[in-house]
Design a binder for this molecule. Structure first.
Ligand code: SF4
Length: 206
């Protein structure tokens, strides 16, 4: 696609300069998350993993939980899944001031087992982050993220690769990038759905 940015195709102009009070408010929320002991995952984490991206994202990618690499780095999606996601973000034409990446759970669950009790405890942080960041589009990555945002939604393999109708920000689910590394079939599905996401983002204002 051309280099005209996705946000330029949306109606609201963006600025990479954020008001100081907005930055401070975000830091307060981030520090609250980093100090959180609301569920048992605080006992095994290296650190909470809060967010990476602009404070005014057009598109917000929502993953499930930090992995080992993210737990060590303190940054979401920096491992192999993150590399695949970053390639996809480039393919759909998003620039650094147009997207953000976070997870449902802010702390790494041992053995990567998704923890329902932690999800319930952590959910208010996700809602506050989304309300603060105000994205126009949410891209849940994988089943847990999709069903957290669309509880009545169909299985992720049915929903992925197309917009899912709901109130609020638009929802366009994808399978999790880690799933795309499990089989050739899922890798092809990931590639197809990323192309569909790029086409849909472009079509929103054309
Ligand atoms: S996973 Fe969420 S609720 Fe649990 S300790 Fe970490 S930040 Fe707190």
């Amino acid at each position: 696609m051309g280099r005209r940015s996705v946000s330029a195709r949306f109606s609201t102009p963006r600025s990479v300069r954020h008001p100081p009070e907005k930055i401070v408010a975000w830091q307060v929320l981030s520090n609250e998350i980093r100090a959180c002991v609301l569920c048992s995952l605080h006992q095994t984490r290296t650190q909470a993993v809060v967010y990476r991206g602009t404070l005014a994202p057009t598109v917000l990618f929502v993953g499930e939980a930090p992995g080992v690499a993210e737990d060590l780095a303190g940054i979401p999606f920096v491992g192999r899944s993150g590399q695949r996601l970053d390639v996809a973000i480039g393919q759909v034409g998003l620039t650094v001031d147009e997207f953000g990446v976070l997870n449902l759970l802010k702390c790494h669950p041992p053995k990567n087992r998704f923890d329902r009790a932690a999800e319930r405890a952590c959910r208010p942080y996700l809602d506050r982050q989304i309300a603060f960041l105000g994205p126009k589009v949410l891209v849940p990555l994988g089943s847990h993220a999709f069903h957290a945002l669309a509880p009545e939604g169909p299985p992720i393999l049915t929903a992925a690769g197309q917009p899912y109708p709901q109130e609020g920000p638009s929802l366009f689910p994808l399978i999790h990038p880690a799933a795309a590394m499990r089989s050739r079939r899922l890798a092809e599905r990931w590639d197809r759905d990323v192309v569909a996401l790029g086409r849909w983002l472009r079509g929103r204002t054309e």
